[in-house]
Design a protein around this ligand. Sequence first.
Ligand code: GLN
Length: 477
Amino acid sequence: MNFTELTIKQTHEGLKNKKFSSKELTLAYLQKIKKSDLNAFLIITEGLALAEADEADKKIATGNFSELTGVPCAIKDAILVEGEKCTAGSKILENYVAPYDATVIKKLKEKGAVILGKTNTDEFTMGASTENSAFGVTKNPHDKTRVAGGSSGGSAAAVAADEAVYSLGSDTGGSIRQPASFCGVVGLCPTYGAVSRYGLIAHASSFDQIGPFGKNIDDVKTVFNAIYGKDKMDATSANLEFRISNLELKGCRIGVPKEYFMKGIDKDVEKIIKNAVKKAEDGGAEIIEISLPSSEYALACYYILGPSEISANLARFDGIKYGLSEPAENLLDVYLKSRGRGLGAEPKRRIMIGTYCLSSGYYDAYYKKAQEVRELIKQDFKKAFEKVDLLFCPVSPFPAFKIGEKADDPISMYLADIYTVAVKLSGLPGLSLPAGKIGNPSAGSGHDGLPVGLQIIGNYFKENKILAIASQLEKML
Ligand code: GLN
């Protein structure tokens, strides 16, 4: 096996046993990224990566190092890495240089991580395909005519194509789980508050959460353990220790929400998800059909609350403080020109929707109503978790779609989020586990060979239950 195809554990073993140095490994990854035509990376942080690799090799020589020391990773370009550009996929931040490290980056650096570069994202993480990036789409490594998903499409594609051992992304309404599903890698969106958001460029602050992508459950667990925890710079971060869960498939109560298998789901996706549920049952799990009756409102609710928060969060990009500043006659003109030229269609659309929903006269009918619906959606999950340990459902109603297929139709793009937003409205953790590839029985359907992810949802701060069951299941799928 090539040394750029290894998992974290295998890479760590290789470094420990001096099969290769971090420098050699880093150089090999950098070369691979430069040759790649996927457009997974927007920025290659070569100087930083090589310096970190040298540092890691020194630590390894002393024997005092962690499982992540010297292991090359990729970071979504919405997370700040000090001294490096951070564009959030937007023209308005094209030349913006991060003045400090996000807390997750600080933590990874302390573990000796090697940061190869910053990965592509939909502009300000708004989208489900990276087609909203101002810097071109990321191609799916399984079929380059298709999208890698989004918004963390670059981070998912980088891991799937062995351009990084692992990566970080962010999930506001599905942006870790959906690209993980489309690219056939593991992606974990932690409970809201499990991981500090400090240094993540905000999309919708009551939803945003950083999480890892990896080649298997073990890798994702290692990275999650390295990044979670209370942070004084993020008041919403939780002070919790994640204890190892000894939950076993045998006896585990798995809920299957019936509303997630209704009209519109691709037949091949449904087959793969139902097969995964069956495997869990064969492994001794108790399968319980449950109902989440308010989920039908989740998408509408998300596309009111999300844009409302966006309209406030993006006000800071005014042409004065950050990034692009267009010369103009007066202050208003600076705002209009900088935002007009710097922001793309999707952020503009959401700023307008959000401003409308928050405006006096409409606030009660939209924002307030959506907050009430958000509570009903949370209650559905609360009731479900009185009966079950975990929920199993699809991540996406369809596999990776063709580049361009939905790009001009925002509503059809929003529908891609149908199975992922309720989890974020509730602040719950969710994971995408590769459950299989669309295979021969559907030959001719045009999407043979594409990966499909199973979504495993847990109760608040039960990441370790998700990971325990996912790790048993991954050997069976
Ligand atoms: N696709 C969703 C959106 O466009 C989710 C994005 C995300 O999780 N960052 O809002």
